[in-house]
Design a protein around this ligand. Structure first.
Ligand SMILES: [Zn+2]
Length: 272
């Protein structure tokens, strides 16, 4: 059983503040150790319940957070940035299931640790009219390859977003957010048990979980915090303006929509 893990940091059990998630910040080194430990717990459980091959894609910020020297040696790590498929680099049709570890809620979600959607400048990203978190966006790319998302961990709001956006999967709440930078957190022994139980359930049901597939053409709609960002996104041939801050693009398939979203992010990045 071949498993793809995309690991972010905002939804890691002990992480609550910007002083932890930004490389170089006061508590960042501790946060990356917590991230590595949590990914290891998921890897160990997956191996225990039948995984034979595991690829971990580091999916936070510069994407070189996970400490390879502390990672379970049964897993391979994709580290660094930029990567063409970003948080989903490495996914293809050879995988049996996708795990999202340390994920967070989409931009604008109340009671969610560091809610955002790929970048703080994105107010919303919609696929065929439905708002998406990173789980929804990334899960559909897995679906493009016929691979289901079978497991997600994060705060209660990250789990709730994924429930709305993806087909049936196991969601594990590792902390309870009380605000954007505050949460009820638990000692790792408690979290580890929750993760293990969730991974066990996901692995046992993996053959019955369906991928989330967008068939046919896909409408991508992105709203930015500043109109100039939308103007830059409009440089993409075929992109159309919906309003001052919102751009629409109709893609032939989901892969194209995902790549156009990535291109819009790159084009808009320099605007202040
Ligand atoms: Zn992140």
């Amino acid at each position: 059983m071949k498993i793809f893990i995309s690991a972010d940091m905002e939804g890691i059990s002990g992480v609550v503040s910007m002083d932890q998630i930004n490389p170089g910040a006061r508590d960042y080194e501790r946060a990356r150790r917590m991230m590595t430990r949590e990914v290891n717990a998921v890897i160990e459980a997956a191996l225990e319940y039948g995984a034979t091959e595991i690829v971990v894609n580091d999916s936070h910020d510069n994407m070189d957070n996970i400490l390879i020297e502390e990672l379970n040696p049964r897993a391979a790590l994709i580290s660094g940035n930029p990567k063409p498929l970003s948080m989903m680099q490495g996914i293809d049709e050879t995988f049996d299931g996708v795990f999202f570890v340390g994920y967070h809620a989409r931009a604008g979600t109340p009671q969610a640790v560091v809610d955002h959607t790929y970048a703080f400048r994105v107010i919303s990203a919609k696929i065929n009219g439905r708002p998406m978190s990173e789980a929804g966006l990334n899960g559909r790319l897995a679906g493009h390859f016929g691979v289901p998302v079978v497991f997600l961990s994060g705060d209660q709001s990250a789990v709730a977003c994924a429930r709305m956006e993806l087909r049936d999967h196991v969601g594990v709440v590792v902390k309870e957010a009380v605000g954007r930078t505050a949460a009820v957190i638990h000692p790792f022994e408690v979290v580890k048990e929750r993760l293990r139980a969730g991974v066990a359930e996901a692995m046992k049901n993996i053959k019955n979980i369906e991928p989330t597939v967008e068939k046919g053409s896909v409408e991508l709609e992105v709203s930015f915090s500043i109109s100039g960002m939308a103007d830059m996104a409009l440089l993409i041939p075929g992109a159309a303006k919906k309003d001052g801050r919102t751009v629409i693009y109709t893609a032939r398939d989901y892969m194209e929509a995902f790549k156009v979203f990535r291109a819009m992010l790159a084009l808009s990045s320099g605007i202040r």
